[in-house]
Ligand binder design. Structure first.
Ligand code: PLP
Length: 952
């Protein structure tokens, strides 16, 4: 019998996370002709950058022990009723959505819907969300979410500059905006070189500006009808953006009805827990004429090859991956899962249910106001929805009494604000009144009977909302449950098969990692709650910070950026602030290798940097001679190099240290895009290779699921000299050398409530497990590359013929020979039950496969066998046995509609839909045929349409 220690070791989480067993690993090493994983790693990772000590992270924890430990942290967060407002409110997530969406891997493990034919479920949910935003804002077009309200404000400002004809370089901001919004606007305005003017909303027209931003209800709860002001500004060519509240808009006049060009805000209170700041979806809507200028993704309606209605992401040519430094914004990962939850909240409640909820919130505020007035306390607001502000020289004592009664209120200079929400009860109103007026009692029914039922928020909305049938048929739990399941069934997620997306690292999102996310002790915490209520978060964040320092080798970590691209932005902000602090603010040249992800140049542009592209050589490495020449040419003005490591070509460049040294010698800084960190952890690190700052996509390397296109987290690690220049936060100041720096995100720790996922992963793997994960990721990628190399050319390998954690296979020779493209292969893989690898990035006409460490040998073999079988199908086209325009690839994906009717194709039905035995055994059916992108963009339509016969 084994010892207790051995038996416990066998339970380790690492054996659940890593896909290959010891026997499989031996077989794979034999295929690769190496004696061991260690030998493969030695052939792959250059010796000069290897770490010489194990990761300083503790021993692996068993799943139940890690859960118990994090439960202990959660229990140190104290849940109070937070009436602080400022964009974060209590809400009830309907449990049918909690369990079947937020806690369901069928929804949360899906990838961004680039392969639309296998993503119709979440695309429909997003279309519903867009329709909801269109209805509530009274505008014509909405995107599918942005990262948070404050960054949406910054995007509105940038968009205003794109569409305004005014010559001014100044932007006006209503002083009533939420303070964190102003904080983020400051950072962005500085980068773009805009002048920010703040003052009373009604003074906007006195200034010469290109755009103006207002908020209603504003930070003190005042609702304003900006119609006249907007009209005046519009006549002067000023673009107007209005920050607004979805629940207020159920009843109140919409920004579109006021004439605004842009409306934005947070969809948090539609069912998404506050989560200490996020993740939540920010919404963004505008007029149809501005559709090409909108930041972020837009879902649109098109048709498939059989003429059936089908959805896909529209107008992608606006985006950073195509337009690079000319893109509308750098946004990539957004908040799909949260947007879908908000949309489902509206679907479940329907227009009448939402009106009841909004009216109840407003009624609570009305009753509370009347009760205060009856006790001689005057309320400042003339018009309000849910938030009341009371002038008081004694705000501190009122807040203390409110706290003792279980409420967080907002204390401002000589004033106190309370925001009511869906969770507010009658007894809350009574208890709160006693805090404001000691000894006062409140008979809610009596006051309710006395107060007029007329609303007190100014003009009501004149337009109907949510009239589309989807918002009017799923109000019972059975109907809703089945609707959610029907949508889920259309989508392919990690619950079906591996998603081998190069650069996106779709590894296991383990159940134990996900469980703490929906604990109330993490969810029901306001981001601006007093520190003594958030001790659990503090302990967790401190520990995660130390873990990420160990992984990256950096001196400091900033948790604020809520996506990778946002991390790039925060990193470049730190670099530019550092240069400016040394009197070198003129350094504005950013070098970026040709192979870089589109977010890199898009981000550089947001800081006003000029992008100079550095060439790559035939092996996919940075062309060092070209780099030297460009550094020499721009040395005096060099800000930084942005570089991905291992490169987006999937190789560990041996010259990386020299490259960083060259940049430093010229006074520049090195920003490392950390998307490929999964190939580094435990073997090398960003600090070791010479980078100064780098982001970590926690939704790639550290197990946060992709959610169908968000949420994510992109904290940055910084070397000591850059740490003082990292973003901080004006409302909830984070201690550190960077106090006083303005923010990049709405919340101090970004999307804090998903950080437990990464903490759990690191805690359960331990330093040794994380290093093993990196090694297995390299093993799996090399296994795929080696097995495929006899069938497809593998582009780019290191000096010893090895790839890093991903490999690129070249489809261009096939296209030249017979016209089959990487798109055809991607669509054909759907017939085999797989999601396509990354297409045409970083090289057009190729596909990039990243298997990750979590896939088993049998799953890898299935993918490889599918690709080999597809190569055989291509050979039939090449030989002329199958016509070039009528074959299983060009007709892919195949649906049930294809195979039930007449069959007149030159290949069999079986070959079409059951090409291999295991495919038939567990068939995943794409719900639509190939979608026509061009048709959809020519006939752009981004609102709800009847989706199928079931709904007719
Ligand atoms: C994913 C990725 C990004 C962007 O990260 P997001 O989290 O989607 O914003 C940037 N660079 C590379 C190489 C990536 O793979």
């Amino acid at each position: 019998m084994s010892t207790l220690t051995q038996l416990e070791g066998h339970d380790a989480f690492i054996h659940r996370h890593l896909g290959v067993s010891a026997a499989e690993e031996a077989a794979m090493c034999a295929t690769l002709k190496v004696a061991s994983r260690a030998e493969l790693v030695a052939q792959t990772v250059p010796a000069q950058i290897r770490l010489n000590a194990p990761l300083a992270i503790g021993a692996p924890m068993r799943e139940e022990d890690a859960l118990a430990k994090i439960r202990g942290y959660a229990s140190q967060n104290i849940i109070k009723k937070s009436l602080i407002g400022l964009g974060y409110y209590g809400t009830h997530l309907p449990t049918v959505i909690l369990r079947n969406v937020l806690e369901n891997p069928g929804w949360y493990t899906a990838y961004t819907p680039y392969q639309a034919e296998i993503a119709q479920g979440r695309l429909e949910a997003l279309l519903n969300y867009q329709q909801m935003i269109i209805d509530l804002t009274g505008l014509e077009l909405a995107n599918a979410s942005l990262l948070d309200e404050a960054t949406a404000a910054a995007e509105a400002m940038a968009m205003a500059r794109r569409i305004s004809k005014a010559a001014s370089n100044a932007f006006y901001v209503d002083e009533g905006v939420f303070p964190q919004t102003l904080d983020v606007l400051k950072t962005r305005a500085e980068g773009f070189g805009f002048t920010l003017i703040t003052g009373p909303a009604m003074d906007a027209a006195k200034h010469d500006v290109f755009g103006a931003l207002f908020q209603t209800p504003n930070a003190s709860g005042e609702l304003t009808d900006f119609t006249a002001l907007i009209g005046e500004l519009k006549a002067k060519g000023v673009v107007t953006a209005v920050a607004c509240d979805l629940l207020a808009l159920v009843l109140a006049k919409a920004p579109g009805e006021m004439g605004a060009d842009i409306a934005f805000g947070s969809a948090q209170r539609f069912g998404v827990p506050m989560g200490f700041g996020g993740p939540h979806a920010a919404f963004f809507a505008t007029r149809d004429e501005h559709k090409r200028s909108v930041p972020g993704r837009i879902i649109g309606v098109s048709v498939d090859a059989r003429g059936k209605t089908a959805l896909r992401m529209a107008l992608q040519t606006r985006e950073q991956h195509i337009r690079r430094e000319k893109a509308n914004s750098n946004i990539c990962t957004s908040q799909v899962l949260l947007a879908n939850i908000a949309g489902f909240y509206a679907t479940y409640h329907g227009p009448e249910g939402l009106k009841r909820i909004a009216s109840r919130v407003h009624r609570s505020a009305q009753i509370f106001k009347a009760a205060l007035v009856q006790h001689g306390v005057s309320v400042q607001n003339a018009q309000f929805f849910d938030t009341l502000t009371i002038a008081s020289s004694d705000a501190g004592s009122i807040a203390a009494r409110a706290l003792a009664a279980g409420f967080n209120v907002r204390v401002a200079a000589n004033a106190i604000s309370v925001s009511f929400d869906e969770t507010t009860t009658r007894s809350d109103l009574a208890a709160l009144l006693a805090a404001f007026v000691p000894g006062a009692t409140l008979d809610v029914d009596a006051v309710d009977a006395q107060v007029a039922t007329a609303c007190e928020f100014g003009p009501a909305r004149s337009s109907a909302i949510l009239t589309h049938p989807v918002f009017n048929r799923y109000h019972t739990e059975h109907e809703m449950l089945r609707y959610l399941k029907r949508l889920e069934n259309k989508d392919l997620a990690l619950t079906h098969s591996m998603i081998p997306l190069g650069s996106c690292t779709m590894k296991l999102n383990a159940t134990s990692e996900m469980i703490p996310v929906t604990w109330p002790e993490f969810g029901n915490i306001h981001p601006f709650a007093p520190a003594d209520q958030t001790r659990g978060y503090e302990l967790l964040l401190n520990e995660l910070t130390e873990m990420l320092k160990a992984v990256t080798g950096f001196a400091a970590i900033c948790m604020q950026p809520n996506s990778g691209a946002q991390g790039e932005y925060a990193g470049l902000v730190a670099i530019q602030r550092y240069h400016a602090s040394r009197g070198e603010g003129h350094r504005k040249i950013c070098l970026i290798p040709k192979s870089a992800h589109g977010t890199n140049p898009a981000t550089a542009q947001m800081l006003g940097l000029s992008v100079i592209v550095v060439n790559c050589d035939d092996n996919g490495n940075v062309d060092v001679e070209d780099l030297k020449a460009k550094i020499a040419q721009h040395a005096a003005n060099l800000s930084c190099l942005m570089i991905t490591y291992p490169s987006t070509h999937g190789v560990f460049e041996e010259a990386i240290k020299d490259i960083c040294a060259l940049v430093h010698a010229a006074g520049g800084q090195v920003y490392m895009d950390g998307a490929n960190l999964n190939a580094q952890v435990g073997l090398t690190s960003p600090a070791t290779i010479g980078a100064d700052v780098s982001h970590m996509n926690l939704h790639k390397t550290f197990c946060i699921p992709h959610g169908g296109g968000g949420p994510g987290m992109g904290p940055i690690g910084l070397a000591a000299h850059l740490a003082p220049f990292a973003p901080n936060h004006s409302v909830n100041v984070v201690s550190g050398p960077n106090v006083g720096q303005s923010a990049v995100s709405a919340a101090p720790y970004g999307s804090a409530s998903i950080l437990p996922i990464s903490w759990m992963y690191i805690a359960m793997m331990g330093g040794s497990g994380l290093t093993a994960a990196t090694e297995v990721a390299l093993l799996n990628a090399n296994y795929v590359a080696t097995r495929l190399s006899g069938h497809y050319p593998v582009l780019y390998t290191g000096s010893q013929g090895r790839v890093a954690h991903e490999c690129i296979i070249d489809i261009r020779p096939i296209k030249a020979a017979c016209g089959i493209t990487e798109v055809d292969i991607a669509k054909r893989l759907m017939d085999y039950g797989f999601h396509a690898p990354t297409m045409s990035f970083p090289v057009a006409g190729t596909i990039m496969i990243e298997p990750t460490e979590s896939e088993s040998k049998s799953e890898l073999d299935r993918l490889i066998d599918a690709l080999i079988a597809i190569r055989g199908e291509i050979a039939q086209v090449e030989s002329g046995a199958l016509p070039a325009d009528n074959n299983p690839l060009k007709n892919a994906p195949h649906t049930q509609a294809d195979v039930i009717g007449e069959w007149d194709r030159p290949y069999s039905r079986e070959a079409a839909v059951f090409p291999l035995a295991w495919v038939a055994a567990a068939k995943y059916w794409p719900s639509v045929n190939r979608i026509d992108d061009v048709y959809g963009d020519r006939n752009l339509f981004c609102a709800c349409v009847p989706m199928d016969e079931y709904q007719a």
